[in-house]
Design a protein around this ligand. Structure first.
Ligand SMILES: [Zn+2]
Length: 284
């Protein structure tokens, strides 16, 4: 409804979604307001200083080299699409649009999908009828993704046709399709890649910190005795920062001592065994 005044609660909701939830434009939802109206109101609020700098307008954050490297891996090694990368938060702070543009600039992405998008066109009346007949007959149970590929349409368009014809695939039908399973595998691969990446960054940061700590300790008169990790072979120090303290109870009393593996290796081992038991639970 263009021209409708914004109510107080609508504005409050908009501010909340921008400031507290840091939502990008496509994700902001105000019932009864179009995306253009939301965008305009957002600009007005920004100029009025209501948004506390949460939304800076068209501030361009340059892409870093590591980001581009990861984008290349996500698209070429995993075959992820821009919307998928954005949805999974694989490149924090990058929207679907900016990821898509970057992919375009560097020739990344799936060539068939790009080709299809380029040739996407509206059907003429005859072709439309033909398509509807197909959907009602042999294409009835075909996953929308496959239909879209076969007919050179966007998947959204296929779904819209199905809805209008009243033959939407049931949840069960869609789920049982190979396409659904393929998407699910893709999703879990992304999740694994994401966690692995976060884990790697955490570990690198920790190791850097420990290196500094080691240099500081060595110069101190009260430097604790050196202690070598049994797993990675690095020489750290017998201190809580590097080694987990274990308490063992025995009939002879309580024994307190440092673990044989450093905290980094201990965390790694625990993570691996958790992943292994997860996989076992999934299989069994
Ligand atoms: Zn270690």
């Amino acid at each position: 409804m263009p021209g409708n005044r914004w109510t107080k609660s609508q504005i409050e909701s908009l501010v909340g979604q921008i400031v507290h939830l840091s939502k990008p434009l496509p994700e902001i939802d105000i019932p009864g307001k179009t995306r253009a109206a939301i965008n305009n109101q957002r600009k007005r609020l920004q100029r009025a200083g209501v948004l506390n700098g949460s939304f800076a307008g068209r501030a361009v954050k340059p892409w870093t080299f590591p980001e581009l490297k990861r984008l290349t891996a996500f698209t070429q090694d995993y075959g992820f699409s821009a919307s998928f990368i954005a949805q999974m938060g694989l490149l924090p702070g990058r929207t679907k649009d900016s990821i898509g543009k970057m992919m375009g600039r560097h020739g990344l992405g799936n060539p068939t999908i790009k080709e299809r998008a380029r040739h996407a066109q509206r059907f003429d009346a005859r072709r439309r009828e033909e398509f509807q007949r197909f959907l009602l007959a042999e294409g009835r149970l075909l996953p929308s993704m496959l239909v879209s590929r076969q007919w050179g349409l966007a998947q959204k368009t296929v779904t819209a046709y199905r809805r209008r014809l009243g033959i939407r695939l049931s949840w069960r039908e869609a789920r049982s399709s190979d396409e659904f399973r393929r998407q699910q595998r893709k999703r879990s691969a992304a999740f694994v890649a994401h966690t692995r990446e976060r884990w790697r960054r955490w570990r690198e940061g920790k190791k850097l910190l420990w290196g500094k700590l080691r240099q500081e300790l060595v110069q101190r008169p009260d430097c604790p005795p050196a202690r070598v990790c049994q797993a990675c072979g690095e020489q750290w120090y017998a201190a809580r920062e590097f080694f987990h303290v274990r308490t063992r109870r025995s009939p002879a009393g309580v024994k307190i001592g440092y673990c044989r593996t450093c905290r980094l290796c201990r965390a790694e081992l625990r993570r691996r065994s958790a992943a292994a038991s997860c996989a076992m639970a999934a299989r069994g």
